[in-house]
Every structure is written in structure tokens, then in C-alpha cells.
Design a protein. Sequence first.
Length: 307
Amino acid sequence: MRRFLPVLAIAVLALAVAAAVSASTPLPMWVPALATSHQATSYPPIDPGPTTVLPDFVGKAAKAQPLPDADVPQDPNLGKNPYGHIHDDSWNSDTSNAPGPLGRDLETISSRLGLPAVLQWASCTSTIAFDSHGRLVVNFMQDGIVPRLDILLVDPVSLDTLAASPAGAASMGTSCFFVDDHDRVVISSGPRTITILREGGTAAAPTLEPQVQYDLSQVIPSDDALAGLLPDWSGRIWFQTVGMGASSGPRVGVIDPKAWPQVEWVELNRGEQIGNGLAVNKNASFVLTSEALYKLVAGRDDRPSVA
């Protein structure tokens, strides 16, 4: 009997949907749309490792006990909760209303997403999201003098790579991206750059194509870097920086795509730093630094201020 050992790759536990969902739990909206592309790139599965005396499965199937809906409101400019963002929604609630595995008819599928003999993607960052078709959206880094960031579109059943697009130089904030309500990937593609990729092509052969790039080098100091971004209810993009520069504190800014290149921002206290993403509700943005939790609002002039 064999056990699957950790390998630098991505693995997904594929479950029979009917076994994983109780009658009272609705299927995610994208489940009927799952389809394997015939134009995909397939890679070898992860080596399961040496044979062991351990059993393949321990325990028994669970009985579904659905919890009440978390009632986190849907940000209209973010992909459907909980699939468009690493923390499930714009509140960063980390609560998901999606069904989970019950332990019936389990099957493990895996993919290296690269070939051992060819330098491909060296590591996956922390964020995996889904588009409205149920395809995985993953950011990977390639090793180098300046590590490069790529965005991959991956089939959820076969784990074939359907499309890939360069997304700039990797930096501290490159794990922070979201998929919006139009299946666009909005990502910090460098210390001071935000890039928007849109899905194109066909269902059988999708593509990822750069659509917009926001250069924030006039707003973010050269010794600082992006640390998170999210859309608000009006379609503006909020962003924040780490605050690691010696001459300034963290900055929180607002981009209104209709008003670009105008960017409004506010600087928080020098000496504070930001190590995780921001949260957004219908009326405000919330930023957690090493010293305080800030509530910020922006009016029609897009200028953020501490409330």
C-alpha cells in the first residue's frame, strides 16, 4: 500500500460530488460547467513515493451536517464567494459555504505542473482561486536572478494547464490577487505594479491576456512594496503597501479605473508595517498594521481617509 508524500507540485483531492454534498446543501454555481480542455498541456503526476505498511485510508465516511450560511455579503466586483479570493470574500472572513468531503469514493489526482528535466515553475504561492467556469487560477514563481511570476489556468478535473501568462517580477505582494466578477485576474505584478489579465480564447482553448497595467512608481517609494489589493462595491481597487521603507509608513491607496492615471492615497504612521491583505465591506476598507486596525473610507473624490 502506498502513501502520497509531499512534493513541490500541486495536488487536488477529487471527490464524487454526489457523495460530498447533502440534499440540503446546494452545489456551487460552477460545478455543471466543469470540462476538460482538449488543447491542454498534461504533466506527470506526483510520484507517490515508496511502499509503506500504512493503510491507504483510516476512518469512515462522515454524515453531512450542514452549517448555517455565513451570510457574508457578495462584493459585486469580486468573483463569487468563496472562489474569487484567498480569504473567501472581501471581508476576509475565511468562511466558506461550499460543501466539503464526506469520505466516500475518494480518489487522489495530482500533477507536477512541469517536467523534471525542464525548468518550469519552481513554487506555488499561497493563493488559489477559481473562475466562473470552475477552473483553478494559480500563481507560480520561476527561479532566477529576478524571480518571475506566472498565472496559470488549470483544469479542475485533469489538472491540465489550460493557459499561462507572465505577470511580472515576483515580490512580497505577489501572492495577493483576486478574480473579479468578469473572470479577470487582478494581481500585484511587482513591488509597484498592478496588472489585470483577462480570459480570452474559447472554452476548448482559453487564454490569459494582459488587459491593463497600473504603474504606481510615483505613489509607492522605491524601498516599499504592495501588500494587498481588493475591489470595493463601486468598482475601485484599494491597495496597501508594506511600509518597509525607512522614510515612510504604509500607504493605502484607491484606483478608480475610470479616473486613471489619478491615484489617491494616504500614509499611515511611520514605523508600522503591514503583513497581510486588507478587507473591504460596502462602506469602508479595513487595514491591519503591526500597531493598529484602521477603518478607511473614500468619498466621490476617491481620496481615502481614516474614519
